[in-house]
Design a binder for this molecule. Structure first.
Ligand code: CA
Length: 228
């Protein structure tokens, strides 16, 4: 059982999610505004946050930013009604772990929640410390940070797992489908943009010029590779 906080202003959607998550034996709390959600999470930490973007007061991006700034390390899955890739990337940049686009299939959302919770419990038992250099930046996977000079940039959970996997296959292309399967652990169509959006966000964190990547390269028609 996990404690899941839903920050969502559409009552029907929130209710439907609550019913389904409670059916899966999770404890569910619900907030209908961003501020209410932040308050709720201050009082009682969550194992996972489902976060809507369009909220009546502060938007989901701002909620996400404030949660991460306050040290919240729980997985955050964004429920985005907007289809634009740029919004999804923005959510990932601000520290969200994953997103689903409305209208989403409940089955897919539940699979992503289960995957996120499983990864967290696995990560907390893994004791391997992994630090490596990418150009003049240092990646510290155990703290999910990229250190660039005096600046520390936070990596999302999936971003750090993508780097971990690519680093174990240094200079080799890893297929998009393999990244999805090994990191998300659930079968998704290889046409899914999830991996690509995480790569865009990652490049902004590790590349000196994200528009002309030098380290995190696209392997045409295959996937991605990391060179250092
Ligand atoms: Ca909304």
């Amino acid at each position: 059982m996990a404690h899941i906080v839903i920050i969502e202003d559409e009552p029907d959607l929130a209710m439907g999610l609550r019913d389904n998550l409670e059916f899966e034996h999770h404890k569910v709390s619900h907030a209908a505004t961003g501020m209410e959600g932040l308050e709720l999470l201050r009082d009682e930490p969550a194992d996972l946050v489902l976060l809507d973007i369009m909220l009546p007061d502060i938007d989901g991006f701002e909620v996400c930013r404030r949660l991460r700034a306050a040290g919240c390390a729980s997985p955050i899955i964004i429920l985005s009604a907007r289809g634009q890739e740029i919004d999804k990337v923005r959510g990932l940049e601000l520290g969200a772990d994953d997103y689903v686009t409305k209208p989403f299939s409940l089955k897919e959302l539940l699979a992503r929640i289960t995957a996120a919770l499983r990864r967290v419990s696995r990560a907390s038992t893994a004791a391997t410390v992994t630090t490596f250099k990418i150009g003049d930046r240092t990646v510290d996977l155990s703290r999910q940070k990229v250190i660039a000079g005096s600046e520390e940039i936070t990596l999302g959970y999936y971003e750090s797992e993508i780097l971990r996997l690519l680093h174990t296959h240094l200079n080799e292309a890893v297929a998009r489908g393999e990244l999805l399967e090994r990191i998300w652990g659930i079968g998704m169509s290889s046409a899914d943009r999830t991996v690509d959006n995480h790569i865009v966000s990652l490049r902004r964190k590790i590349e000196p010029n994200p528009r002309k990547p030098r380290y995190l390269l696209t392997a045409h028609a295959v996937g991605y590779k990391l060179v250092t």
